[in-house]
Design a protein around this ligand. Structure first.
Ligand code: HPA
Ligand code: ZN
Length: 337
């Protein structure tokens, strides 16, 4: 995909990114080999050929299978650094990264191994690429509350490395209300909260995420548009939405990119950001997501710039870092008109 020079150099933050979803087939095969694991897929092409999904669950089945080859701290370091190198070349200045500890601890990989590997790569990101970051621990919603609470307790010794908790995995049948108590505990421990809601689940799940989990952002949120009162509320309260167009298309949340709700969201005054979700599986990183929306809806540079601005405003970065990056964006916009 040809990325416009404006998008290529536009300073931006990525706020909806699952680190396990950045696992490119080449690296997956390399790490499988390094760990002496038989992956069932023996080539990059056979892996990519399996990336044909009809819904979220189809994708999750492959996503969990792929991450089984991650065993050591070095594996998590290599995975995270590969993502940083990719987005360092896409003018990404700040990232908020989801990780799924339960998908690893359930396989006998200890929490420390996972977070030490990711953390060391994020230190490299700061030092070598001047990319700042925050980590968001996601609870797997198909598992029960007790498992989520145990995971929160495992995370507490790493409190200084984790900024927020989130909620991901199979949405249908697993409403936010199932996790009301663990989110209350997380807030008491000082974490911000976010949640996937309204990707496949109904608008009521978005309402529950706001009212019961007290989230600062909604991840996806597409189906909120089915409820006009909710849409007005999201606009009025300026609740950021982390929208992921290529993901929506690959997981059949929208049939065609022409049907993507982004223009409706913008018209409704929602605080939209654009993100890649699981770029290794969905055919593009953040700039490709900006570009497909520009191509399909003829978005102006001004609109794309305002979406980048939202990404800084909606992030959990420090006030000092936010002012610096907003100044950088202002200078970029002034220089490109
Ligand atoms: N939705 C829910 N869970 C996920 C996703 C997603 O798009 N990606 C990784 N886990
Ligand atoms: Zn996601």
């Amino acid at each position: 995909m040809q990325i416009s020079s404006f998008i290529s150099a536009l300073p931006k933050a990525e706020l909806h990114l699952h680190i396990e979803g950045t696992f490119e087939p080449e690296l997956m095969l390399y790490i499988a080999d390094r760990n002496g694991i038989d992956l069932q897929f023996d080539s990059v092409d056979s892996l990519r050929a399996a990336y044909n999904f009809s819904n979220l669950q189809d994708f999750l089945d492959i996503y969990y299978q792929g991450m089984n080859v991650l065993l050591t701290e070095e594996d998590f370091y290599d995975l995270t650094l590969a993502y940083i190198e990719r987005v360092g070349a896409q003018a990404v200045r700040h990232v908020e990264i989801f990780f799924d500890p339960q998908a690893h601890t359930a396989r006998g990989i200890v929490f420390k191994t996972v977070i030490d590997g990711i953390w060391r790569a994020l230190e490299t990101a700061r030092e070598k690429f001047d990319i700042s970051s925050n980590l968001i621990l996601c609870f797997l919603r198909h598992l029960d509350e007790a498992d989520a609470i145990a995971t929160l307790h495992e995370a507490l010794p790493y409190r200084d490395r984790i900024t927020a908790v989130g909620l991901d995995s199979s949405e249908s049948g697993h409403p936010p209300s199932k996790f009301e108590r663990v989110f209350a505990l997380a807030r008491e421990a000082g974490f911000y909260c976010v949640a996937h809601a309204g990707e496949e689940g109904p608008p009521d799940y978005v309402v529950e995420a706001l009212d019961l989990l007290k989230v600062s952002r909604i991840d996806h949120g597409n189906r909120a548009l089915e409820d006009h009162a909710l849409t007005r509320r999201l606009a009025k309260e300026k609740i950021p939405m982390t929208v992921c167009p290529l993901s929506n298309h690959k997981l059949c949340v929208v049939k065609d990119l022409d049907d993507h709700p982004l223009p409706t969201m913008l018209e409704a005054g929602l605080m939209v950001t654009l993100n890649s979700d699981d770029p290794a599986f969905f055919g593009g990183y953040i700039n490709e997501n900006f570009q497909v929306m520009k191509d399909h809806f003829d978005l102006s540079n001004e609109v794309l710039g305002s979406i980048a601005r939202n990404s800084f405003l909606a992030s959990f970065m420090s006030g000092e870092r936010r002012s610096l990056l907003l100044d950088e964006l202002d200078a970029y916009m002034a220089g490109s008109t």
